[in-house]
Design a protein around this ligand. Structure first.
Ligand SMILES: [Fe+2]
Ligand SMILES: [Fe+2]
Length: 286
């Protein structure tokens, strides 16, 4: 297909590991940390439980093929990608543990994602596992794009928790092309790429919603109609977060698709301009 790896790498921005720490804690941070909304706070908290197992899976599928990479620039980028994902997991475990302190069984939800991905590891050949990771990275990259591009999705979020999600979002955008480039570098094809998209997104969303519903029930907020309607509007209203991602779902099926077709360089530059100082202050090791 004449896939030119150097062209796609040069379109992206450097993937950079940053070690950070955030000041949220069970004592100082409400369990309703997203705009005082149980529905939306628990939606994001439920999604956070996907990361420990999900990002381990992403890292492993990258590691499977590391020795087959001929392009040294891509090899270094995959290594940096792995360092980023490992640190995301560490920080999200802190958030998950905070919600455990608030009385929720977050480790059970982490395990739901683990069971799903252990099944994927068992059933699918390694290249299709990499394709599942790519599909989920396409999800996180677009979630991240929306999160950073539209301030309305982060209105009223606790400052420290928002810093975690914004940092994670920025790095998801930064490395959105890495597994894609890896997949084509090691000989992946169109069908293997697109076949996993719908099942992977469906499972991620379904398990997240299930965990969210259980958290709402546990908290006695399952029938909190006003907040639930507002939360649904936030997710699937005409300008909702999930609604905004739909065009990206379909664009993935385009034969010549590449994650950097949506050039996020300007978005990232402006994000770093506005948050660079905060991130620099958080930075322990560059
Ligand atoms: Fe991540
Ligand atoms: Fe990622």
């Amino acid at each position: 297909m004449g896939f030119d790896i150097s062209r796609t790498i040069s379109k992206s921005i450097p993937v950079t590991f940053r070690k950070v720490k955030f000041g949220f804690s069970e004592k100082n941070t409400s369990k309703y940390w997203h705009n005082n909304s149980p529905f939306v706070s628990f939606f994001w908290s439920a999604m956070s439980t996907a990361f420990p197992e999900g990002e381990l899976f992403f890292m492993d599928t990258g590691r499977y093929f590391k020795d087959e990479i001929n392009n040294p620039e891509l090899k270094a980028t995959v290594e940096e990608f792995i360092r980023q994902e490992a640190h995301h997991t560490y920080q999200h475990k802190r958030l998950n543990n905070m919600m455990v302190e608030h009385g929720f069984d977050m480790h059970k939800y982490e395990n739901w994602f683990g069971m799903w991905l252990r099944g994927v590891r068992k059933v699918l050949p390694k290249k299709l596992q990499l394709s599942v990771s790519m599909a989920l990275e396409h999800f996180t990259a677009n979630f991240a794009h929306q999160y950073l591009a539209n301030p309305k999705y982060t209105e009223g979020v606790d400052t420290e928790v928002k810093a975690l999600w914004s940092w994670h979002a920025a790095e998801e955008v930064e490395h959105k092309g890495v597994l894609y480039d890896l997949y084509y570098e090691v000989g992946g094809g169109y069908f293997g790429r697109v076949v996993t998209l719908a099942p992977a997104w469906t499972m991620l969303i379904a398990l997240t919603l299930l965990a969210q519903a259980e958290m709402l029930a546990k908290d006695g907020k399952l029938l909190n109609v006003g907040d639930n309607v507002k939360g649904l509007w936030y997710l699937v209203g005409p300008t909702g977060l999930v609604t905004a991602m739909l065009p990206e779902f379909f664009r993935y099926f385009k034969p010549g698709f590449h994650p950097w077709d949506v050039n996020d360089k300007e978005l990232m530059d402006s994000w770093y301009r506005n948050n660079g100082e905060y991130i620099t202050n958080l930075k322990v090791v560059a």
